[in-house]
Design a protein around this ligand. Structure first.
Ligand SMILES: Nc1ncnc2c1ncn2[C@@H]1O[C@H](COP(=O)(O)OP(=O)(O)O)[C@@H](O)[C@H]1O
Ligand SMILES: [Mg+2]
Length: 271
């Protein structure tokens, strides 16, 4: 595996990492696994009602970055995290931050669809119950319907709520996982290569969903596909070897990047 400690790499992000629309902010985020520094001082704002795409080569630290935003990275005991992550100005590591309540504010979607091995209905209802959002069965079924409607999936799933989630196609499963993430009414949705295991048609449906969800949420999207990032995001951040090389409006990043490393990554990439 390539060694990550490469010296003389750029340290400052070209472009403005701050955004007037910031809902989430990372300041000088550093992550170590043992003696390996995987994130090396990333500062980045992620704005409300927009999709921030995070692009970069495999092993750059994109997934690790995403996992810092919901404190998932800390589940690894060999991991050391430094720097600050703010959600609506509140430090998510501050003493007294209730981890369960906090996780409800941030939804996550993974590269491989991972629905619970239960019914379509249960995949959404479960989160509602564990977060204490429903008090009786009829309220639960109304809210499940509302979640599917908000996700734009009621037509697709409403008539087969009791079917096993695992009987769905991978694309359907991933859309269900997005609905599941929405159930607990999060503010931010983190998506780690959500289309990477899907065919093009299913990927396009997820992209369309992301575009609609942006109206109501802050979305951070790690994408292995530059074309997909270009289509669906408003801001793009390029991470390489644990550092933010450049961030800017997506249209600019893909047509006239400021940093030669971004230029090389964008133009050298083939799909
Ligand atoms: N739990 C872990 N323990 C040790 N090293 C890890 C762990 N998770 C990720 N890494 C290392 O951190 C680097 C960045 O990984 P990752 O964030 O998954 O990159 P990306 O998502 O950009 O491909 C990789 O070299 C990877 O091997
Ligand atoms: Mg990854």
């Amino acid at each position: 595996m390539a060694h990550l400690f490469v010296s003389n790499q750029p340290t400052a992000a070209v472009g403005e990492w701050r955004s007037p629309k910031a809902r989430m902010r990372c300041e000088d985020l550093r992550v170590r696994f043992g003696d390996r520094e995987v994130l090396r001082g990333v500062s980045l704002d992620m704005g409300r009602n927009e999709v921030t795409a995070v692009i970069g080569p495999a092993g750059a630290g994109k997934s690790t970055f995403l996992r810092c935003l919901n404190r998932m990275v800390e589940a690894n005991h060999h991991c050391e995290v430094q720097g600050r992550v703010l959600l609506d100005g509140e430090d998510i590591h501050a003493p007294g931050v209730d981890a369960v309540r906090f996780r409800g504010r941030i939804g996550m979607v993974f590269p491989k669809p991972n629905p619970y091995p239960k019914s379509i209905y249960e995949n959404v209802a479960y989160g509602l119950r564990i977060h204490g959002l429903v008090s009786c069965k009829s309220e639960e079924s109304s809210l499940v319907e509302l979640v599917f409607r908000q996700a734009g999936l009621w037509r697709e799933f409403g008539r087969r709520l009791l079917a096993p989630a695992l009987s769905l196609t991978p694309g359907e499963q991933q859309r269900l996982c997005i609905a599941r993430a929405l159930a607990v009414n999060p503010e931010v949705i983190l998506m780690d290569e959500p289309c990477s295991s899907l065919d093009l048609g299913s990927g396009a449906k997820i992209e369309q969903m992301i575009d609609e969800l942006r109206q109501a949420y802050t979305i951070v999207l790690v994408s292995h596909s530059l074309k997909s990032a270009a289509r669906v995001s408003q801001r793009t951040a390029f991470i390489r070897e644990g550092r933010l090389v450049e961030v800017g409006p997506t249209a600019m990043m893909f047509t006239a990047p400021s940093h030669p490393l971004t230029d090389r990554f964008i133009s050298g990439y083939s799909e």
